[in-house]
Ligand binder design. Sequence first.
Ligand code: SAM
Length: 298
Amino acid sequence: MGDFFNSKELLINGIRKLKLSKIPAPEVDARILLSNAINYKNIIYMHNDILISKKEKKIFYNYLVKRIQGKPVSRIIGSRNFWKNNFLINKYTLDPRPDTEIIVDVVTKTYGKSSNSIQILDLGSGSGCIGLSIIDEIKNATLLSLDVCKQALKQLDKNAKRLKLSKQSYCSNVNWFENRWIENVKLITQNENLFLKNKFDIIVCNPPYIKSSDIEKLQTEVKNYDPLLSLDGGLDGCDSYRAIFKNLREILADEGTCFFEIGYNLFENIKFLLEKSNFELIKVHKDFNGHSRVLEIK
Ligand SMILES: C[S@@+](CC[C@H](N)C(=O)[O-])C[C@H]1O[C@@H](n2cnc3c(N)ncnc32)[C@H](O)[C@@H]1O
């Protein structure tokens, strides 16, 4: 075979190496890494008989080393599948989580068939996985994505282009801890033709919600690779919710609804904050482990 190698042989080798280093899902990880190393569109299986070049083998083995050193697969390949699409991520964006698909599921089930034009705000948009997944399903929707991190917004912009959603979407750099943040949002909706009004029908948000003192206890893969800015929720994990709830009603349409992801242990604290801010808790959506994960509020 000269300078070529067989995919089955490399896959078996890769799985063995990952297993020996006690990587939790060696089969899945090796398949994804090999598929990526050779730019193969689908996931490679044992039965696929593909010739792999020396250069591709080297890339695959480099990937394995990174994985063994603890780097998550998504960070190695620079993307993550979320809902129905693949999202590019970088070191400034959170690695999208399966639990976060719950917001997308609830919103698309509720509004997916609507023929009205729907204006959506995604607060703390990161890679754009929530907002972009939603407008990909609701055809008459427009999206404003906001994040304090400019490099995360750049990645979101790339994702919007890849998914051909740029025409429905606009993103901007806003910090919800600044007093004038709501005024800034109003200015955006006034100045951008994409938006027909300055209030939103749907507001989605997955803010940072880990208690500062818990950050050290997180898994290495999270602690070392997800940006602190996307994790740290302050002393009680609720800093961002407090700041956001304060004046949010000013930009929520009369019939509008908000969907907030919350930390699994924050339900009671956030319920209290909601009451204080005059929001009504409409429904609690549970995650795959039965924890209260998404709060639907008005
Ligand atoms: C938990 S991540 C969620 C990212 C993405 N929406 C997702 O679900 O994967 C929180 C996001 O909020 C952003 N963020 C943190 N503090 C912020 C602030 N003060 N104002 C605006 N965005 C902020 C972070 O940069 C990060 O992208």
